[in-house]
Design a binder for this molecule. Structure first.
Ligand code: UD1
Length: 417
């Protein structure tokens, strides 16, 4: 099995360009099948989650062409057949085919989605939304048939502002008859990006990016061109690397506004940044103060940056804390960080942890537990003394476009072996 090998301690200098957002593109590709003509999506990152979605499109007989970060999708000959368990389980975002196929054909048959094992991750809110739009759900084990004679707009209140449920309900409602209002909707930038894509096709969606989204159903969705927004989690990962081992490291083609919580926390710890319109420069590293992190829905501190941030906390002088409020099982990577010398204590409820710093980290053989956990070990390897070998790297490659090349270009000694 391939591993990532890192020789730690090399300063990072230069520019890292940010790619299109994983959590946006993995929704945009299934969304494309709602279109009655050909759509073009640009700024598509090269990550394996996109390959897995392409395989689902091919399975459904859609036409897809991928060249130089551009994807063209034509779904006019799509066959609405069951998405197999193997394809459904490849990634979390396969669940967007539920909303998209239901919205297009009033029927979808597929299995429970895959994704990182960071918690139970039920889809009850997605299903509740579909039911309120008029769908009937038959669930047998992992297998779902969701069908409706006719979808009709409704008022839907989400018990939790789930990203997946918000997007999936938008997809099912976009061609439904009448008006749908989603209250307590998630407000992540990726949701607004999907709504803009649909509106570019002729949909009528208002309020995406706020907690109330209104969708007025339309009959036809036409061809359009759409760009994936920059990946705020990728940008945040490189910013944290910059704070730890950067020297005039610029992160560019990003949207600083999407990272306000991270920027506030890094600033509180003492990280000095020059924030531009679409880039951030980190001049050097410093003596950092300890800080407390609490993950929240957007615009709060992103749970997807919590694990990478834990590496930063090992280098702050004193006791820092992390409170994870979104997932029940997102501290597994801390146990791997311990092997590298981190001083970590996880509370028995698995929602709070403390990290005492500053502790030097040393190279070790470690295991990626999930996508962002793997990224945290990679960051740890970059600042550690000696050699770090990371196993199970397929997790990391699911979400970080050209990560080896981007880091090598700024001076890291990192390779896949
Ligand atoms: C998306 C992101 C993921 C990110 C997460 C939170 C994608 C493909 N993935 O995941 O990277 O970590 O948002 O920002 O975009 N929940 C329920 N019932 C539901 C749905 C969710 O209880 O029907 C719970 C989940 O178990 C979790 C919380 O709500 O505790 C957040 O989940 P959600 O926002 O839906 O995350 P995902 O869409 O899975």
């Amino acid at each position: 099995m391939p591993k990532i090998r890192i020789e730690g301690g090399h300063k990072l200098t230069g520019t890292i360009p940010i790619s299109g957002a994983k959590n946006s593109v993995v929704a945009l590709i299934p969304t494309a099948i709602l279109c009655d003509e050909t759509v073009t999506i640009s700024n598509v990152p090269e990550i394996t989650d996109v390959d897995d979605l392409e395989n689902i499109l091919v399975h459904l007989n859609a036409e897809i062409t991928r060249t130089n970060g551009k994807v063209e999708i034509n779904s006019s000959n799509i066959i609405n057949k069951e998405i197999t368990e193997t394809l459904s389980k490849k990634l979390r975002a396969s669940y967007y085919f539920m909303g998209a196929l239901l919205g297009k054909f009033n029927r979808v048959e597929m299995y429970f989605p895959g994704g990182c094992t960071i918690g139970a991750r039920p889809i009850n809110l997605h299903l509740k939304g579909f039911e309120l739009l008029g769908a009937k759900i038959t669930e047998e084990g992992n297998h779902f048939v969701i069908e409706a004679e006719k979808l009709k707009g409704n008022n839907i209140y989400l018990d939790f502002p789930s990203v997946g449920a918000t997007i999936n309900i938008m997809l099912a409602a976009v061609k439904a008859k009448g008006k749908t209002v989603i209250d307590n909707a998630a407000a992540e930038p990726e949701i607004a990006n999907v709504a803009t894509f649909l509106n570019n096709m002729g949909a009528k969606i208002k309020g995406a990016g706020t907690s109330t989204i209104t969708i007025t159903g339309v009959k036809y969705l036409h061809s359009c061109f759409h760009e994936v927004i920059p990946d705020r989690i990728e940008a945040g990962t490189y910013l944290i690397m910059g704070a730890l081992i950067g020297e005039n490291l610029r992160i560019e083609n990003m949207i600083p506004n999407h990272l306000e919580a991270l920027i506030a926390k890094l600033t509180e710890a003492g990280v000095e940044m020059e924030i531009g319109l679409d880039n951030i420069l980190i001049k050097g590293t410093n003596n950092y103060k300890p800080i407390d992190i609490k993950t929240l829905v957007y615009p709060g501190f992103a749970t997807d940056l919590q694990q990478v941030m834990s590496v930063f906390l090992t280098q702050c002088q004193g006791r820092s804390s992390i409170e994870e409020t979104i997932y029940e099982n997102r501290f597994q990577s801390l146990l791997e960080l311990e092997k590298m010398g981190a001083n970590v204590k996880i509370r028995p409820d698995n929602h709070k942890a403390t990290i005492r710093g500053k502790t030097p980290l040393h190279g070790a053989d470690v295991n990626s537990t999930d996508l962002r956990g793997g990224a945290s070990l990679l960051v740890a390897g970059l600042i550690a003394d000696g050699i770090t070998n990371i196993d199970n790297i397929s997790y990391i490659l699911r979400g970080y476009d050209h990560i080896i090349e981007k880091l090598t270009n700024v001076g890291a000694k990192i390779e896949i072996i």
